[in-house]
Structures are given as C-alpha cells and as structure tokens.
Design a protein around this ligand. Structure first.
Ligand code: PLP
Length: 395
C-alpha cells in the first residue's frame, strides 16, 4: 500500500493534465475482476470496463501471466523483425473472422485510418482518381484524429479544428434509398459503419438495412468496412457483431476490447483487399507491440463458444431486468453492450453520479445510460448492479 490519497491525484491532474475530460469525482487505485477500489479503500462494482476495454475484467490471471512473460522476454522491437505474439494473433483474428490479413495499430482511430487508406488505394489502383469518398452514417463515431473526426457523422465533432479532411460524406442510418442515391454519384470507394452505434447511443441498425447495404456495396464495388472497435471481440455475444447480421465485410476494424486492457488496434483485410497495401504503404512504430499482442492472444484464447453463449445469456438477463425498472422508457443494444433510455425528467448523467455514490460504476452514451460490463461479470454482480440502479431510480 502507498500513502497516496485521491485528493493528491485529483490535484496533480488539475495542475498538470490537459483538461479534456469531464471526469467523475473518483480516482481509481486497483482492481480485480469486476471490482475496483479507490485510494481510500472504497470498493466499486464496474459496469464500464474502461469503455469496453477490460473484457476479462482487471488482473485476469492468464492474461497477466501472458503479459508479464512477454514483458520480461521481449517487450518491444521494431516491425523490421518477425515476432511471435503478432503472428499468432493475426492467425486467430483471420480464423475468427474468415478474413485474410491483419495490420496492427494502437487504437481504434488508427485502425479506421488504416482501413480508409486501404479503401482509397484499392479504388485508386482499380479506377484511378476521383473515387475517394468514404461514406459513413449519421450518428456514427469513428475516432478523434483529424480524418476520423471527418468520418464521424455527428456535427458536434465538426467544430474548432478546421480544415477537416476532405472526402467524407454522411448518409442516414436505416435509409437504404438515401444510400443508393448517394452511391449513384459514383465517387464512393467505401462505406464504414458500426452495426451497433456505440457512442451514438447504443443503436442497433436494422438487419434488412445492413443486408441492403451489403448488396449495394457489391453492386457499386464500394468496400464494406465494419467498425467493430466497440462491438468486437465478444462484446455482443458473438466474436464480431456483424456475424449476427449475415454480413461478409471487406475490412473490419478492432481496438477497445482486443487487448484486455492494453493499447492495440487492428484492421483485418478480406480477400479483395488483402494485397492492396504493399511494402512501405503503411506502418506504425508501436503497432504489433509484443506485450499488447500477448495480452490480446490471452483474451482471444478465452473467448470460445461457451464464453460467448454466457455473454449472450447475461446480456439478455441484464436487458430484461433493466426494462422492468421504474422510469425506464426503452432498452437497446446487443449482448453486454446496452443502452437505457429514461422517461423525461430522469437524466442518465445524474443517475450515474448517484450510482457511484452507492458503489456502482455506469457510463452514459448521449442521453442514455450505457452498460459495458467486463464480459466475465457474474449473475450476482448483475443483480447487485440492478438493485443499486433500482434504489437510485426509486429515490
Ligand atoms: C472508441 C471508438 C473508436 C475510437 O477508438 P480510439 O481507440 O479511442 O481511437 C472508433 N470507433 C468506435 C466505434 C469506437 O467506439
């Protein structure tokens, strides 16, 4: 134990950290499984998993062993050498997705950047210039770099930082006719979408719409890129969320839950684009970092059919319990990625603050309450979270 206090940490943050985050009034010290403690020893139950990152909770033993072993043998080397963890991880991702090749990056935004570069090069190689537009959906979220901000289909992100990267356009979700009209302009090389829009408020897209998007992508030879940064790696009850919608994407992008708590991003390339990027077309110093990849290998080893069936079951149990709570207007989402819309007069942000005071951590997404618990959460913990939420909503 150290003598650190929460107040000391908060003061340092306020003095020295760029103030870009509206943090909750809570400094975290250490965690185990779904439980986490502050510096004064107060315990909290976690329904956030670091925004869908700590898929196995904190300090999973197999994950920890893999990471410690890798850190003590080969923590980093450049991509000029072959390494074992990234090679093994790439095989796992290709087999799990049915796609062909993987590029490793460090974050979701970078994974999307790489997918965008691949789409533009695919189109340029095949059709030449002026076919570089990347379509995304209204209400989407694809990252915070200057280009992925352009990709993000929410006006609030298109302020202050002009000029934004050109070559992006947005089309309304679940409106196939609008997409067809837009593709008819013949300047589109790809469409990027989340099958469940996370930051946009945990909104699942319609099955029929997604099928229609895929058919139109084939018709116009536009690449179908699925952003699985939040939905991927077991979060929705299948390895990847698109697998529940009968889709065969050309590229998927991954990050959040992949490393089990370590920074890693990836884009996985299907047959059509597996050789689009050649030598020196793309790179990343920290990409394919052996420690991050070792953590990701440990995560993927755990996520088998039995594990996924449990995610599904627990997700359904949570959704049902949430729908029965007072002041709840609707529940959305898939697996353990859940949004709760409250009746008028109940603000999700206030609910989250009150729940923290009672020892349970939740998130928000736009005006909704959002739940992204560690995938290993157990029934008792689910029941406790629901009980605290009920208490807060009834007060
Ligand atoms: C979080 C998120 C991103 C951005 O990931 P970073 O690792 O923060 O760059 C991109 N797409 C989706 C769908 C996300 O949820």
């Amino acid at each position: 134990m150290t003598n650190t206090t929460s107040n000391e940490i908060k003061q340092l943050d306020s003095d020295y950290i760029a103030q870009t985050y509206g943090r909750f009034n809570l400094a975290l010290s250490h965690g185990k499984g779904c439980q986490v403690w502050d510096f004064e020893g107060n315990e909290y139950l976690d329904f956030t998993s670091g925004i869908g990152v700590n898929s196995l909770g904190w300090a999973d033993e197999d994950w920890l062993n893999a990471v410690v072993h890798q850190a003590s043998s080969l923590a980093h080397t450049s991509n000029l050498f072959f390494t074992e963890p990234s090679s093994r991880l790439a095989k796992k991702l290709a087999e799990a997705s049915g796609l062909k090749r993987v590029f490793f990056a460090n974050s979701g935004a970078e994974a999307n950047e790489g997918a965008i570069k691949t789409a533009r090069k695919y189109s340029h190689d095949k059709y030449g210039k002026d076919r570089a537009t990347v379509l995304t959906l209204v209400n989407s979220f694809h990252g915070r770099t200057i280009s992925t901000l352009s990709a993000t289909g929410q006006e609030v992100f298109h302020q202050h930082f002009f000029p934004f990267t050109k070559g992006f356009d947005h089309t309304p979700a679940n409106e196939l006719r609008a997409l067809e009209t837009r593709l008819g302009q013949k300047d589109v090389c790809a469409i990027i979408l989340e099958v469940v829009q996370g930051e946009g408020g945990v909104c699942s897209l319609d099955h029929e719409y997604l099928q229609g998007v895929q058919a139109l992508c084939h018709q116009y030879d536009a690449l179908l890129i699925i952003d699985e940064v939040q939905t991927g790696v077991g979060r929705t009850g299948t390895m990847f969320a698109y697998q529940q919608f009968g889709l065969t994407p050309d590229i998927i992008t991954l990050a959040k839950g992949l490393g089990g708590g370590l920074p890693i991003g990836a884009f996985v390339l299907g047959e059509k684009v597996q050789d689009t990027l050649g030598k020196s077309d793309h790179g990343s110093t920290f990409g394919a970092n052996p420690v991050s990849c070792a953590g990701a290998n440990a995560v993927l080893t755990k996520i088998d059919d039995t594990f996924l069936a449990e995610v599904k079951r627990k997700g359904e149990k949570l959704q049902k319990a949430l729908a029965a709570l007072p002041k709840v207007k609707s529940v959305s989402g898939l697996g353990l990625m859940i949004g709760v819309e409250f009746e008028e007069g109940t603000k999700a942000a206030d609910v989250v603050v009150k729940c923290i005071e009672k020892g349970v951590l939740f998130l928000t997404a736009k005006t909704k309450l959002r739940l992204l618990p560690p995938l290993i959460i157990n029934d008792e913990q689910i029941e406790k979270g629901i009980a605290v939420l009920k208490e807060v909503l009834e007060a």
